[in-house]
Write a protein that binds this ligand. Structure first.
Ligand SMILES: Cc1cc2nc3c(=O)[nH]c(=O)nc-3n(C[C@H](O)[C@H](O)[C@H](O)COP(=O)(O)OP(=O)(O)OC[C@H]3O[C@@H](n4cnc5c(N)ncnc54)[C@H](O)[C@@H]3O)c2cc1C
Length: 343
């Protein structure tokens, strides 16, 4: 267990905003976690479970409690049958290297989720998704420790209540559970997802000798590098807003007025609209207010040009949301978790 007092979290959030916390505790294993749970120093203080900090915005510059980070590592093949590989990864594994590890061993199925920052432990929390695939489709179960009781429980698919950018962890009391390991069930037969976001065209450009998970992963990485700013160079948390889900009648009315508005009917009858399109139409792409701005490459990505505070980025986000609401009557929901502000 590694403990820091008044820890600097600037490098622990991909927006790169100034943030501190009263305590930062990093644990690597069950013994470390038991020691954390027994320690009186942070008992009664607010708690924040943090992974790689790629889906959070510290609106407050000081979190007055304990930030807990799970660094448990390890990847194991647990089982294989004719249909699937069952792979388990510890929650502290970084996501993209884990995807590459699987591909290198011939365990395909996660290639569309290449290059998503963050940790394995955080991946189920918002049901990460990209290029036509969501984690839910490959999910088997996870282990999580209840930080109030110290008990570990295995959670199956049903219990997770996955939906677009959603799992049960978004509705349970925040920071009550620490996800320590995730199991994925990866298909042995090819289940390529190519019909999304220009992936097929990128593959054609690449002209790989054979179509396999490695080729698809390479194409996804190339597309992502082209579209998304690298947080190591320009602070960001990927998409700042979720794509809004609206009733079909509302989508129809909007499409009558704006025929170019991208709209994707969902199985539940609602329609998913492109938040990037709505924001771009309001003229926000590439705009800047001090050091806080909107990426010139992608209207959905808020960026820290250097020295922006979380509060400044959040103020900009609120103004974007207000202008989209005013023009289109659609309310955008932030995708990153806000620390120190209500969404
Ligand atoms: C450039 C960029 C591109 C991105 N692209 C995508 C994308 O294509 N698709 C997508 O879905 N997301 C994307 N994201 C968002 C982000 O990478 C994912 O949400 C990722 O899963 C967050 O992982 P993290 O470890 O950084 O979590 P954090 O940001 O540290 O935490 C996110 C949430 O998960 C909780 N959490 C973290 N670890 C644990 C744990 N072990 N147990 C319990 N709760 C935990 C936190 O409390 C918090 O609520 C992108 C982000 C960036 C910066």
């Amino acid at each position: 267990m590694e403990v820091q007092r008044e820890a600097d979290l600037r490098a622990a959030n991909t927006f790169g905003v100034v943030a501190r916390c009263a305590w930062r505790v990093q644990v690597d294993d069950a013994a470390g976690l038991a020691a954390f749970l027994d320690d009186a120093r942070w008992r009664g203080l607010p708690r924040l479970v943090l992974g790689g900090g790629s889906n959070v915005l510290f609106v407050t510059e000081r979190f007055p409690g304990v930030v807990l980070q799970w660094r448990g590592r390890g990847i194991r093949l647990l089982d294989a049958d004719d249909e699937h590989w069952l792979v388990e990864a510890a929650g502290g594994e970084p996501w993209h290297p884990f995807v590459q590890h699987c591909i290198a061993r011939g365990w395909a199925g996660l290639e569309n989720l290449s290059l998503i920052p963050g940790t394995v432990g955080a991946a189920p929390v918002q049901n990460i998704g990209a290029y036509g695939l969501e984690l839910a489709e490959r999910f088997d179960s996870l282990s999580a420790v209840d930080l109030e009781t110290g008990e570990t429980r295995r959670w199956g698919r049903e219990a997770l209540q996955f939906a677009y950018r959603h799992s049960v962890f978004k509705t349970l009391p925040a920071d009550r559970y620490l996800i320590t390991a995730v199991r994925l069930r990866l298909p042995r037969r090819s289940d390529w997802r190519l019909d999304y976001g220009g992936l097929r065209a990128a593959l054609a450009e690449q002209a790989p000798a054979r179509l396999d998970a490695a080729a698809i992963a390479a194409a996804v990485c190339r597309l992502r590098r082209r579209k998304l700013p690298d947080p190591a160079r320009l602070g960001n948390a990927g998409s700042f807003f979720q794509n809004p889900l609206v009733p079909a009648a509302r989508a129809e009315a909007l499409r009558a007025e704006y025929p170019a508005l991208p709209a994707f009917p969902q199985p539940d009858g609602r329609v998913k609209l492109s938040a990037a399109w709505l924001i771009e139409r309001c003229g926000w792409r590439g705009r800047r207010r001090g050091a806080a701005g909107v990426s010139a490459r992608h209207a959905l990505v808020l960026v820290n040009h250097g020295g922006a505070s979380g509060a400044e980025l959040w103020a900009l986000a609120r103004d974007i949301r207000a202008s989209v609401a005013e023009r289109f009557g659609v309310t955008l929901v932030p995708e990153p978790r806000l620390i120190g502000a209500a969404p």
